[in-house]
Design a protein around this ligand. Structure first.
Ligand code: NAD
Length: 352
């Protein structure tokens, strides 16, 4: 076994169908009395339901979370939290809402209780992102890690099937890259394999029956494990490419992950054979790249960047950005091969 460093991250997880009923108990355990409830405009009704559940412990609802946390929104939410005298924030939603909670915590140290309704995994990481003047800056700070996470699969039933598939593959991407991370460790490897296997089972079942509670529970369990991997070890080529494509070309987050992952795995396959075996094994297939491609295609997710708004004329620029700032990756970054990877992802080619 190789040497490793393992950092336990302090967060409390309450998991299971119906576990939203413990919200009051969990707020009390945080020592909080006045929660500002956060959501996107689309999930306003869920935020109001949370505020009702909290009763006198609700300070108010802020429903303007959007993708990539614009600094203006973060400032507005921080100001409202201060004015209302909030002593914690409850974020109900996906990565965008959790991200807003993190931006508040970064500034104020307010504890965050997250109630995830997608599989993005942000609730398990100390990573934050804030966008200022069109540039998204990311950083790591222990203060932004939600203190408590309530995973209630009943709340994920409303996630449309298409988004469930892409969000689930977004989670698989964290686990896949965790398996070849330079700072990987055996605990994260276990979580990555278990998380991918749970999602690999769950996504086709959700595609068949959207409100299959066993599948919804498996998917959220997988999302928890994969998010934990994201929060503990460094990501590589795949996440860098998706960050570039999302940030510079405004492509949707989960779909971009879904399309790029098979190609990033094919690129790294020969340089990380053990990780590839583990990914293929977890997904019950012979090849890691083909397993992920099949999971997307067979369940109706997009497989080509051209179908989600990427322009072919921007592929050279995307490649240039991806080649800037070298970072650890199993296979060195080779310009011609990365450009080909982007072309394949653009066209939706089946990985070799
Ligand atoms: P999202 O949070 O933007 O949600 C997408 C849409 O789905 C929103 O309109 C949301 O309200 C809606 N939605 C969410 N759950 C729903 C449900 N159960 N039913 C109906 N509608 C629902 O999408 P996301 O993919 O979860 O998050 C993407 C963002 O999170 C990106 O900005 C990404 O960079 C960030 N992220 C950050 C980390 C991190 O560690 N910091 C990790 C993963 C993602």
């Amino acid at each position: 076994m190789k040497n490793f460093v393992y950092n336990g991250q302090p967060s409390r997880v309450v998991f299971g169908a119906g576990s939203l009923q413990y919200l009051g108990r969990e707020i009390e355990a945080l020592g909080a009395n006045k929660a500002l409830v956060l959501s996107t405009p689309e999930q306003r009704a869920s935020a109001e339901m949370i505020a009702d559940l909290l009763g006198s412990r609700a300070a108010g609802v802020f429903d303007r979370a959007v993708m990539h946390v614009p600094i203006e929104t973060a400032r507005e939410a921080r100001e409202i939290a201060r004015k209302l005298g909030a002593d914690c924030a409850v974020a109900i939603g996906g990565g965008s809402t959790t991200g807003l909670g993190k931006a508040i915590a970064l500034d104020s140290g307010l504890p965050i209780l997250a109630i995830p309704t997608t599989y993005a995994g942000s609730e398990m990481t100390p990573i934050y992102g804030i966008t200022e003047a069109g540039i998204k800056k990311t950083g790591k700070d222990a203060r932004v890690l939600p203190r408590t996470v309530i995973y209630d699969p009943e709340l994920s039933l409303s996630l449309p099937v298409g988004m469930s598939i892409t969000s689930g593959i977004n989670a698989i991407a964290h686990a896949a890259e965790g398996l070849y991370a330079v700072d990987g460790n055996p605990i994260m490897d276990l979580m990555a394999k278990e998380g991918m296997a749970a999602l690999g089972r769950a996504l086709p079942a959700i595609k068949k029956v959207a409100n299959d509670m066993t599948a919804r529970s498996d998917a959220l369990y997988g999302a928890w494990l994969c998010g934990t991997v994201l929060g503990n070890v460094g990501m590589a080529l795949h996440h860098k490419l998706c960050h570039t494509l999302g940030g510079s070309f405004n492509l949707p987050h989960a779909e971009t992950h879904t399309i790029v992952l098979p190609h990033a795995l094919a690129y790294n396959a020969a340089a990380a054979p053990e990780a590839m075996l583990a990914i293929a094994g977890a997904l019950n297939a012979k090849s890691a790249a083909q397993a992920v491609f099949g999971l997307a295609k067979d369940n109706g997710a997009p497989v080509a960047l051209r179908d989600i708004g990427m322009k072919e004329s921007d592929l050279d620029k995307a490649c240039d950005i991806a080649m800037q700032n070298q970072y650890p990756n199993p296979r060195p970054l080779e310009r011609a091969a990365i450009r080909q990877l982007l072309q394949d992802a653009f066209e939706g080619a089946r990985p070799g």
